[in-house]
Design a protein around this ligand. Sequence first.
Ligand code: AMP
Length: 343
Amino acid sequence: MVEKEEYLKPPVAALYAGHTALQLAQGFIEEGLQVIIFGPRDRLRLYSRFPAIRTRLVEYWGEETLDEIASEGGVIILSGGVVEYLTPRLVLNTRAPVFGLRGLVAWESDWRLKMKLLEEAGLPVPRYFTSIDEVEGLVIAKLPGAKGGRGYIVTRSRRELEEWVNKHLTSGALESGEQVFFQEYVVGTTMYAHYFQSPIMDRLELTGFDVRYETNADAVRRLSPRNVEELRESFVVTGNFPVYPRERLLEDFIEMGERFVEATKRLIPPGIIGPFCLETVVTEDLRPVVFEFSGRIVAGTNVYLGGSPYLALYWGRPLTVGRRVAIEIRMASEQGRMGEVVT
Ligand code: AMP
């Protein structure tokens, strides 16, 4: 926990150059806070192109850059880019304060812990198997870490799974001893539910939903069956669509978010802070099944760059999740409660 005295000046938002940096930068600027965007040089250029995004751009060299940012009052905003580019190890160990529950990063990068948390929350999850011998029915096999959906396979055949594992061991995509994860493939429509847990207001807000546009899972719809035979499923995200679930599903989604928040409080105190996402498949009996979660802002929130209609139900006007994060930090700073939103 960070001491109150360290936050006598308004905090500076430190954003990784990528993922959701545009909406976060815009949100902080609108809340009157300063912004640093850091990343490799070739990633920074994008952020100098937009006149309304008035930020300092800082080239990232490693841990020292984070120390410098921290010494200037910077707070690193947890995002997909931060976890993937800085690596989970550095996120867990940096001296810089992090907006969000950084301890959750360790749970997210381990399948067993991930499923343990979802089960602790009592959420409906797909069956999963840790070895090929246990596999039953239609499964999706996932490579470990942030391999981003590339090279996944969906099959009923144990023989195909063995071939798939061997292929990835040979190509080096999988190192021996690394965990492969076999999960029941749930048939339904994917919906990614986005939430914001506010320690300052002590409430959970539903911020919206997206669906991912994934190659080549989505691309095969454009080809005739005779041309897809040789294609393997892969789920590399190229963009996102907004989706509005049927209204009767909203209560379920909200209760699921609440259960997730409570489980993080029990297992990883002080519990989740700020944005998170439950990745679900909604089955034909209208049941959302959670196959994954992200304990930080997800890129799917970019679908409401103009402001989320769901956040308008709490705030009376549409807000982006970036703006919502900035509001939380501004309120925490004004009330001398920064220690409740950073870890
Ligand atoms: P993930 O890397 O876990 O986010 O999965 C990538 C994509 O695979 C998701 O966006 C879904 O389209 C699909 N997917 C993952 N797990 C499942 C599952 N258990 N059932 C059905 N589809 C899934």
